[in-house]
Design a protein around this ligand. Sequence first.
Ligand code: B12
Length: 338
Amino acid sequence: PQTGRLALYLLALRATCLPARSHRTLVTWLKHYLEEDWIGSWQDGHPLTSYYQYGLGVLALCVHHKRVREGVIRRLLTAQNYGRLGHHGSLVDTGAVVALAFTCLEQRKLVGTNLAAELQVAARIIRWDIAELQGSDGIIGNIYSTPWALQVFLATGSCHPESEFSRGMAALLENLEAFGTAATMAQVLPVLHGRSYLDIASMPCREEPDTLTPLDMEPPAEVPGNKTVQLVVECPLPWCYELRLYDRPVPVPASASLLGVLQAAAALEPHPCPFRTQETPHGPFLTQVLGLEARPEKRNYWRPMAAVSPQTVVPLSTGIADYRPKDGETLILRLSEW
Ligand code: B12
């Protein structure tokens, strides 16, 4: 089920003040998706998509002032209790979405008093866990999860000066150029205006002058010359016959992104490295390398990583189209599980 996409669409409809009539069928669909998007019992099961999308679904219904079945809310509460919300550093993003959903249900009084009290406690715990992850540079998780964390601070009313909020905001303002895709901009913009997605629920829909003007985004400056990137493809999963499937230097123009490196490698004779991508709101998502397809239903994906030293590899925090490797850098595409 397309739980997350529909949830984001409904949030956007409310935020753009479109008349409520058009939302009704979609709200019914989203309620239906939240039932479909689950496998197993409410204690031991999990969403077919992800807790991030499941949380977005509950948040969108709440922002539309719709009640959510208690069983659906309990699934999220149980996941939070058992620490199942985070995988590979996505704890901040997912935790924040769920904390916003809990806070919305509680503040909008869409649940009974006892459940409201439970939700308030759970949201506070998530808020605390998130704050614990703040680095000395103010960043919470990474730069792209920081806006979600700040939305939680805003929604739960804990933004006093000199706090985690101000340090996080300072970090965002220093790194604004990192937010270049529609998806990342949509997550950071409300925070820059001191708002969270919860505020969509109480937004007055007045006639507003259309002050938005499209920006002419300049393409990154062409850097003269060339660079060479070492491209490594690895498959550590049990069903692969060999760990290292590809390991070759790829010459590219100096301004090339990882996508550019892959395009050059795909045409490299006599050892080409073919690949495929899928368009998403975050940019192109790598789906296939050397004919090996990452299967979401088996919870695997191609994970781009950079070798910062012979012993240390770190996953990239941007997509393949946004990452610009340095001359001599080693980049690893590893078929991984989440
Ligand atoms: C869940 C998730 C994943 C899952 C998605 C699979 C699944 N079935 O859920 C997995 C683990 C595969 C994943 C992978 C990656 N992710 Co991710 N992911 C998320 C998360 C937590 C939620 C996305 C979501 O469900 N959105 C809701 C749905 C409705 O929107 P959607 O746009 O349709 O989402 C789909 C695609 O966007 C795609 N997707 C997920 N992540 C990424 C990242 C990139 C760069 C692209 C192009 C697509 C993509 O999968 C989503 C589910 O189908 C977001 C958090 C966030 N703040 O947005 C991070 C996030 C989008 N991911 C991020 C990153 C960096 C990655 C990786 C590059 C990490 C890595 N080095 O391996 C890889 C992508 C590698 C590739 N093959 O191209 C960043 C993107 C930053 C940016 N500059 O745009 C985010 C914002 C996390 C963060 N705080 O850093 N991710």
